[in-house]
Design a protein around this ligand. Structure first.
Ligand code: XMP
Length: 333
């Protein structure tokens, strides 16, 4: 039997009762697979790795070691939230690695988007492998692989070319050979969310908007600098806060700020004030292959503009990107 093929008769998980049944089955399967063995998991805080973490904590408790790598390209408060939920609330065995300097030093002066992606993907593996080598007796590696990932790999194996190298995290080095534990690999995203809620994860975490692996790295356009990255992070936090407050977070699939490496002249406190523009991207889509722009009330746009230009150091304009996909991609890089 091909364990990477979703059986035709597999029931779609749409209710808490079905999710509970799935969770019970997976707990038994994971316990049978790993016995007393230790399992390692890279916990990014995204929906998939978070659901796998919560499931494995239920199944094997402290035999699971979660490693959260902060690559310095996370959104505001994101790593803090991962620590709060998994370490403080779920009492997980969690190793937190602040690798900000490693990543930003490597990225200094690099402006090509695909090079940036490759550096971030490769360094992620390096940092994770360094942590894995420090831990004793790990035999298993858990992954938040989901069914669309398997379908995507099949497509790539058939030689279909992608516009961007999204799946930029390669395999671990040769000396780190683990058996894989992939409890949600036959689930679609909507099912993963139902399972996540049944496991008691916060709604905001389970329904959070997609966030690319290279994080803010592909939204701080061109060569990343710490000051522009900081401005982007602060502006993005304001956008998210205002979308939440105005009921837009549930209606818009992905929304974020992009900051290009250009400056324009403005005026602040009656003096010349040169700053970067913050560009709002807010799109709706079903599968990320095409995307539309929904109407955002002007009052909300004004509020966001007012807050960003007054609260964020280095930003003096706010622009709104009206480009659908195609022709624009969702991310700017
Ligand atoms: P594009 O920009 O290709 O984005 O229209 C489609 C979706 O993919 C996300 N995206 C990425 N995800 N690594 C990821 O994990 C990446 O390098 C990457 N680039 C884009 C993007 O946020 C959108 O949801």
């Amino acid at each position: 039997m091909d364990t990477n093929k979703r059986p035709d008769n597999m029931q779609r998980i749409t209710t808490k009762a079905l999710a509970d049944k799935f969770i019970e089955e997976q707990i038994a399967a994971v316990r049978a697979q790993v016995g007393n063995g230790k399992v390692l998991l890279a916990l990014s805080g995204g929906v998939d790795s978070s659901v796998v973490a919560a499931l494995l904590i239920k199944a094997i408790g402290k035999q699971l070691v979660c490693v959260h790598v902060n690559h310095g390209l996370m959104r505001k408060d994101e790593s803090e939230n991962v620590i709060k939920i998994f370490k403080d609330e779920l009492d997980a065995n969690l190793v937190y690695v602040d690798a900000t300097d490693r990543f930003l030093d490597l990225l200094a002066g690099v402006s090509d988007p695909e090079k940036k992606r490759k550096i971030i993907g490769a360094e992620f593996i390096n940092v994770f492998a360094d942590e894995a080598r420090k831990l004793d007796d790990i035999t298993y590696l858990a992954q938040g692989t989901i069914y669309p990932d398997i379908l995507e790999s099949i497509k790539q194996a058939e030689g279909k070319k992608a516009v961007k190298s999204h799946h930029n995290v390669g395999g671990l080095p040769e000396d780190l050979k683990f058996e894989l534990v992939e409890p949600i690999k036959l689930l679609f995203k909507d099912e993963v969310r139902v399972v996540g809620e049944a496991l008691g994860l916060p709604h905001a975490m389970v329904y959070r908007q997609p966030f690319p692996g290279p994080g803010l790295g592909v939204r701080c356009l061109g060569a990343i600098t710490r000051d522009r990255l900081h401005a982007l992070r602060e502006a993005d936090a304001i956008l998210r806060e205002e979308f939440d407050k105005n009921g837009l977070a549930e209606k818009v699939w992905q929304y974020f700020i992009v900051v290009p490496d250009i400056k324009s002249v403005g005026v602040r406190d009656e003096s010349r004030y040169e700053g970067w523009p913050a560009i709002i991207r807010a799109i709706n889509t079903k599968d990320a292959m095409s995307a539309t722009i929904e109407e955002i009330p002007y009052a909300v746009l004004h509020k966001i503009t007012d807050r960003i230009t007054h609260e964020v150091e280095g930003i003096n304009r706010v622009l709104y990107d009206l480009t659908p996909k195609p022709i624009g991609t969702i991310e700017w890089e």
